[in-house]
Design a protein around this ligand. Sequence first.
Ligand code: ARG
Length: 258
Amino acid sequence: MFWKSIVIILGLLASANCAVIPNGLIAQRDVDLDGRIVGGSQTSISSHPWQVSLQRSGLHFCGGSVISSTMVVTAAHCLLKVTVPTLRVRAGSTYRSIGGVISNAAAFKIHEGYSTSTKINDIGVVWLKTKLTLGANIKAIQLATATPQHGAAASCSGWGSTSYNGGSSSHLLYIDTRIVARTECGSSSYGHGSKIRETMICAAGSNKDACQGDSGGPLVSGGKLVGIVSWGTNCALAKYPGVYANVADLRDWVIKQM
Ligand code: ARG
């Protein structure tokens, strides 16, 4: 009976996306990873100057990346419940609630091909009302033109949860990961299976992952934006790499909006 319930609980964990599970189930993990993104380290905005925080009523809800002085790229799913008058971007700060500059949104657009069920084309753009002054702490990042190789080093940053269902960080955190190619990510080596579709790419690190609240934020490899935090199964589970929108696949759509 005990083992049966364990199996059921594991099954529930595996099927959860951004769903809610009781805190008690992952208490041990919380203790291990306290104070770190999931397995991340504190960093400063000058090392990730394209990173921004998307805010609504003054509160961080997703990440994003500066791609020009008037434009930010994020995940489509971050923009689903947002209205232009309430949407703001904080740029140039290591902290999500203070510092840097705040710019109001002028408009935003969700990729026409985004699907809430399959999560393909999970990308969107935000146009800013106040132009960002680019400098040491605010820089535009180039969009990758080619899909990174399997095994390539990639780093991800954000202010999201430091453990699944755990608290999040007010200080910017980052992790070093390795790219897991799409076919590999959907293979039996991992648990995602056929959920890995076109326009997706994965990245994994041992006990390192993006998590809730990191969505929309950057996955960077070779100095280029290669991915956008999209979805996962729980966070930092060995069998479940983080899933990202593949920027190389979606680049043309973004360029068209610029
Ligand atoms: N959907 C989540 C969000 O809205 C992002 C989840 C990323 N999860 C992961 N395990 N890589 O913030």
